[in-house]
Design a protein around this ligand. Structure first.
Ligand code: PLP
Length: 417
């Protein structure tokens, strides 16, 4: 049985986990189940499957519960089992986009009269959903910045009229694009303080920026991990998907809303994800080692004013200890301020040849972008200033190219600055 996994590491199991060849004529790889519905052998069997799925019992491909692809399908099951293994979580769920994962989860966690506390800055789509859409359902929000202490955050909540209705603490760490870290264990302590018998405050961590290999939020006490699987998990800039991981109790609640909204990942997307997970260790290790080389190069370059990279946080800085405790790699995302302003940053961006100018991240190709005028341009000028997103900032998502070529490309681009 391919799911007997106790003795091997996730890296090794990504090729086979969650797939049972004997169910598909011994095919070594899971085929794409391009079907909308599944045949019942008898009416009694159909009745039993519905009782099982609507009764909330988890469904899986082998245990006789396939009814209809919006509810569940074999490619979805395989992808979800693999992600649970990486996240060290009981259960995972895949969605057709990161935003679908995030919004579906928040709609289940929060109800009218509740309060959401979120870290700042946060992904633009999430920020807009929490601030502009959730208020329609009488759900309010509060934001805290990464430089606030635990006491300051507690006081911020205490001062809010809905302090007894804190449904969710939603954080993104490392923050995009500055790589500022938020202490997950601190947010778990704060959540415990504002939980009561009626309601446990859920800590949700958007783990997109670090990815599933090197940061395990569940092991730090978080309830829910969120991903844009479009990024490292998909890893090839060729699909849009999202995911969550957590306890079976919580994830199965969210899966019911997913069935209602109809935003599960399709067979094709799920198949691509399962395939991508086979190489996630290989890709991310190369991406991180390339990022370290690029960061060192940038650090020493006369046309670079500042580098934002986890691996360069100075020993003794309070984020240094946190990085060591919370993450097992420095990641593959970095940013730098070019000497000058927007004009100099644009000259660099227009001059790189091998690296591509595009938003998104975590893919095999190196991507450059200008957060100030692109992914963070929806933030007010004051907010961008407050978190250090300047016109001179360039963001890099490091790919798997030959590192010497990347250094050569950056060096020639700086000559044009
Ligand atoms: C891209 C991204 C999202 C949104 O995901 P989509 O797959 O684009 O819907 C959410 N959070 C973070 C941190 C992201 O980078």
């Amino acid at each position: 049985m391919s799911d007997n996994h106790a003795e091997f590491s996730p890296e090794s199991l990504m090729m086979s986990f969650g797939h049972e060849p004997s169910l598909v004529r011994n095919s070594i790889k899971n085929p794409i189940f391009q079907t909308s519905t599944f045949e019942f052998a008898t009416a009694e069997e159909g009745k039993a499957y519905f009782e099982k799925v609507y009764g909330g019992a988890g469904a899986d491909e082998s245990s006789k519960s396939l009814i209809y692809t919006r509810l569940n399908h074999p490619n979805l099951v395989t992808a979800e089992k693999r992600l649970s293994l990486l996240d060290e979580a009981e259960e995972s769920a895949f969605f057709e986009s990161g935003m679908a994962a995030i919004t579906t989860s928040l709609l289940e966690i929060c109800k009218a009269g509740d309060l959401v506390l979120m870290s700042f800055p946060i992904y633009g789509g999430t920020d807009a959903f929490i601030k502009n859409f959730l208020p329609k359902f009488d759900i309010q929000s509060l934001a805290f910045s990464p430089d606030m202490t635990e006491e300051e955050i507690v006081s911020l909540i205490e001062a809010h009229p809905r302090k007894n209705r804190l449904a969710c603490i939603y954080v993104e760490t490392p923050a995009n694009p500055t790589n500022t870290l938020i202490d997950i264990e601190m947010t778990v302590r704060i959540a415990a303080r504002f939980s009561n018998q009626d309601k446990k405050t859920i800590v949700a961590v958007d783990n997109t920026y670090m990815g599933p290999l090197w940061q395990k939020p569940i092991n730090h006490g978080a309830d829910l991990i969120m991903y844009s699987a479009t990024k490292y998990i998909g890893g090839h800039s060729d699909l849009i998907a999202g995911a969550i991981s957590g306890s079976s109790a919580l994830v199965s609640r969210i899966k019911k809303v997913r069935s209602g909204l109809g935003c599960m990942a399709s067979p094709w997307t799920s198949w691509l994800i399962s395939r991508s997970l086979e190489t996630i260790s290989l890709r991310m290790e190369k991406q991180a080692s390339n990022a370290a080389k690029l960061a060192d190069f940038l650090h020493d370059h006369p046309k670079v004013a500042k580098v934002y990279y986890v691996g360069h946080i100075a020993e003794g800085h309070k984020q240094y200890e946190l990085a060591k405790r919370q993450m097992t790699s420095d990641g593959a995302m970095l940013a730098f301020d070019v000497v000058g302003g927007e004009a100099e940053a644009f000259r660099f961006l227009n001059a790189v040849k091998l690296a591509k100018l595009a938003v998104s991240l975590g893919s095999t190709e190196t991507l450059t972008s200008h957060p100030f005028t692109m992914s963070s341009s929806n933030m007010s000028l004051a907010d961008r200033e407050a978190v250090g997103i300047t016109p001179s900032m360039v963001r890099i998502s490091t790919g798997i190219e030959n590192p010497d070529d990347l250094l050569k490309d950056f060096a020639q681009a700086f000559e044009k600055v």
